[in-house]
Design a protein around this ligand. Structure first.
Ligand SMILES: *[C@@H]1O[C@H](CO)[C@@H](O)[C@H](O)[C@H]1NC(C)=O
Ligand SMILES: *[C@@H]1O[C@H](CO)[C@@H](O)[C@H](O)[C@H]1NC(C)=O
Ligand SMILES: *[C@@H]1O[C@H](CO)[C@@H](O)[C@H](O)[C@H]1NC(C)=O
Ligand SMILES: *[C@@H]1O[C@H](CO)[C@@H](O)[C@H](O)[C@H]1NC(C)=O
Ligand SMILES: *[C@@H]1O[C@H](CO)[C@@H](O)[C@H](O)[C@H]1NC(C)=O
Ligand SMILES: *[C@@H]1O[C@H](CO)[C@@H](O)[C@H](O)[C@H]1NC(C)=O
Length: 436
């Protein structure tokens, strides 16, 4: 039952906190119905009104019963005090994922064989900001909160998860910008394949909707600035008028489990995580290569691990963040991957969508949320829509499920994540009944 001499890894639990709502069910239903979770940031404070980009994918605040976020309904008072918001979102998503996998509070698990791979791209920026201001005003180190260091270290998110459940297996954090979520899931898969763990909580989280983060991305000319009056139209992957990404917040956690471990306990298996490929562009701080060669490498490696031919891919969840260059490079890479040799013959048969039109770009959480969407696309037989794709320009000739979800059997799905610094990763999921 091994693949290439390695233990096999399946997904048995899912958890999510997204701009579409709290919980996997609510998020998925709204995604498939074509809803958008992107809203104006103007209500967040007067400092947001002077920023060039005034839109964001914000986790809705309110009662849990309404699918919204109130911290005290998801995390303990101690966790609220000690954990940055990104880690709190991760804690909430982990509780849902463990429950979904049938592990409740995790007490029945072998703690030494259960671990955590959980990261964030940026962490709580306001902790750094407020502390710097307070210190600078007084020039007194006593203005620094005793919890300052534990709150800003990004790996403390993984620490909080392991402490809550007592998991003593691998405790690891990737922080690779917008590839964080995908790397966390891929690295967790490796820990299970190599026998370091039987079960891993894997994913990513982000919560940095702060004027300094938005200002910073605006200065690197990465953000959408033309749609401040119509937030739900601002994130438009692959569309002619796309002009930058929309910052978002949230978290997703997957329970990954060794295949036989899952089979022995008759677990519900969503999908096998069959392949993980990483590569670098080795090119530029923030821009991709035009021909998408880094993305292509990552996808090819993921397929090689999964022992899958490109033509067998039923669905690709693209990284496509709604930027002019990034979407074009990835589109080129996907076409090079799929149109080769015995691949598909018509570009219109390539089924690819970007869910960022609905949630924005969740940075360190993006890869995890999109892995979740890819797993659900398989298990629910639906290709989620690409919102706001209204005018397709030359070269954008794949099937993007523009504006509407498409119902169809999906056996194999690929999901891409690319980050500043040139880091690319791709994950390949497949239906378990499809596996011999
Ligand atoms: C983030 O940092 C700010 C400033 O220190 C602090 O007020 C806030 O409680 C932190 N929030 C969370 C939950 O991340
Ligand atoms: C996991 O790592 C964090 C810090 O990185 C640490 O606080 C925590 O105790 C670790 N968990 C375990 C159970 O080893
Ligand atoms: C992409 O461009 C780079 C640099 O120009 C080149 O080395 C590479 O071979 C190209 N790859 C593809 C797939 O065309
Ligand atoms: C993409 O979906 C269409 C139906 O919408 C299907 O005919 C086609 O075979 C799919 N492509 C691949 C490569 O699976
Ligand atoms: C772009 O798409 C919109 C909405 O479908 C349509 O009204 C408009 O005519 C299109 N523009 C062009 C130039 O095709
Ligand atoms: C690989 O990562 C780079 C780094 O930012 C990213 O810009 C690029 O989109 C990725 N590669 C491609 C060609 O998509």
């Amino acid at each position: 039952m091994s693949r290439g001499g390695l233990r096999r890894v399946v997904v048995t639990g899912l958890g999510a906190v997204t701009p579409l709502g709290i919980g996997v069910k609510r998020t998925w239903q709204r995604l498939i119905a074509g809803h958008c979770g992107i809203t104006s940031t103007r209500d967040l404070g007067s400092e947001f009104v002077n920023l060039p980009s005034q839109v964001a994918g914000i986790v809705p605040k309110g009662l849990k019963a309404d699918g919204c976020w109130t911290a005290s309904e998801h995390v303990t008072p101690t966790e609220i005090r000690q954990a940055a918001l990104f880690a709190q979102y991760g804690l909430a998503a982990s509780a849902e994922a463990l429950e979904d996998a049938g592990f409740k509070d995790g007490k029945s698990l072998d703690p030494d064989m259960t671990g955590v791979c959980f990261g964030s791209g940026i962490g709580n920026l306001s902790d750094l900001y407020e502390t710097s201001i307070a210190y600078n005003a007084a020039k007194n180190y006593r203005k620094i909160h005793p919890l300052f260091v534990p709150r800003i270290l990004i790996n403390l998110g993984a620490g909080h998860l392991s402490m809550r459940y007592g998991f003593r297996g691998p405790n690891h954090t990737a922080t690779t910008a917008c590839t964080t979520g995908a790397h966390s899931i891929g690295d967790a898969m490796r820990f299970i394949q190599l026998g370091d763990a039987d079960i891993m909580l894997a994913g990513g989280a982000e919560s940095c909707i702060h004027p300094v983060a938005i200002g910073g991305f605006a200065r690197s000319r990465s953000l959408a600035t033309d749609f401040n009056e119509t937030p739900e139209r601002s994130s438009r992957p692959f569309d002619r008028d796309r002009a930058g990404f929309v910052i978002g917040e949230g978290a997703s956690i997957l329970v990954l489990e060794e295949l036989e471990h899952a089979q022995r306990r008759n677990a519900k298996i969503y999908a096998e995580l069959a392949g993980y490929g990483c590569s670098a562009d080795a090119h530029h701080l923030t821009a991709p290569r035009d021909n998408g060669s880094g993305a292509l490498q990552a996808m090819r490696k993921a397929l090689k691990h999964a022992q899958v031919e490109p033509a067998k891919i039923d669905y690709i969840n693209a990284h496509a963040t709604s930027t002019a260059l990034g979407d074009a490079a990835e589109n080129t890479a996907i076409k090079s991957l799929m149109m080769n040799d015995d691949g598909v013959t018509r570009t219109s048969d390539i089924n690819v969508s970007s869910t960022k039109g609905a949630v924005g770009h969740l940075l360190g959480a993006a890869g995890a949320v999109e892995a979740l969407f890819s797993v659900l696309a398989l298990s629910e037989s639906v290709m989620p829509p690409t919102l706001n794709l209204q005018n397709q320009t030359a070269g954008f000739d794949c099937n993007y499920a523009a504006g509407e979800a498409q119902h169809r059997n999906i056996d194999i799905a690929l999901t891409n994540s690319f980050g500043f610094g040139g880091t690319n990763a791709s994950l390949c999921f497949r239906k378990i009944q499809d596996v011999r």
